[in-house]
Design a protein around this ligand. Sequence first.
Ligand SMILES: *Cc1c(COP(=O)(O)O)cnc(C)c1O
Length: 397
Amino acid sequence: MDRLAIEGGKPVRTAMLPYARQSLSPEDVTAVTEALKSDWLTSGPLVEKFEQEFAERVGAKYAVSCSSGTAGLNLAYAALGLGSGDEIVAPVMTMAATTNAAMFLGAQPRLTDVDERTLLLDPGKAAGAVTPRTKAIVAVDYAGQACDYEELQMLADKKGLKLVADACHSLGGKWRDRPVGTLADLSVFSFHPVKHITTGEGGMVTTNDAGLADKLRLFRNHGISSDFRQREKRKTWKYEVVELGYNYRLTEFQAALGRSQLGRLQLFLARRRQIAETYDRALKETGYEPVWTARHARHAYHLYVVKMSEHGWSKNREDVFSALRAEGIGVNVHYIPLHMHPLYRQRLGYREGDFPAAEGAYQRLLTLPLFPSMTDSDVQDVISALRKVWAAYGGGK
Ligand SMILES: *Cc1c(COP(=O)(O)O)cnc(C)c1O
């Protein structure tokens, strides 16, 4: 048996393989350069085109761009009129932005445990968290797997709530042939460099509701009822501030990058799924169990997450994490459940033990490297390192 790098052996690779990375092409660079030479630097014609193309790609009527996924969540919650005294129901297995963006507005998140197998919001538990103050249910398509939006929509309808999708992981995913972006009242995407497509920083909110789309645009631009280009067309300087809005605009050169990247989304998705299938096959009969995918979900694989099996290991997740890092494999952990962070304990009063499914899974989670420009040999390095560490620390011994 090969000696582990962490114990002085030869590492599987010397250069650390990151868990995620952007894929930029010469065409992307050209698109950005061309945008920089145009008359518009911030939101202009390219932003509008990007929004149209994005809406078309996901099959939604409207897409409103913004400066980040977090800004998109904030816009979505503002468009729904969330404010102090209101609540949202959100899963505990997510990134802080999902709930922080509601807290900015004075609303309170009611955190909810996840389904043990999928790590997605559990509709039954979500129903139990609804109170008379609840305004919206927020579903998070963790790792890229779409939630069961049929069941969540039934719950929202029954209780008179809005449904928001934090779809920052699931661009290109589906639930029963219906694309992510059309499955909730508002769906929010991120274009951070680790996500499916990037604009450096950036985000998009999609909806089929014209009224909500108008509100998103209003809050994006200082709460002003018309934008600069509309005023130019109408040959007037007059405008009205009708809401307490933000400046969450995307720039033209970001939109140029976004359009160019969107053109390669299908290729990116295909490569992500191909790598995921290779991992699926290679990890059979090992102590790494891929997070379960529901039959009706078309996974978009933003992340490839495994759970260490409950039995068969002589070491814990920290040890396995360190051993894999020493082999040159940049594994990560998604996520520390929200209620384990000081902010949510102090502000919302949550405690360890409140969400056993998320906590139990968290102790055993590892995110493996997955991004479209990984080579087959990178993928084999990950598999070799996983096998090496399983042989040394597990293997059922
Ligand atoms: C990335 C991400 C966000 C925030 O997106 P930013 O563009 O980084 O602001 C929100 N929610 C989830 C689940 C994310 O993964």
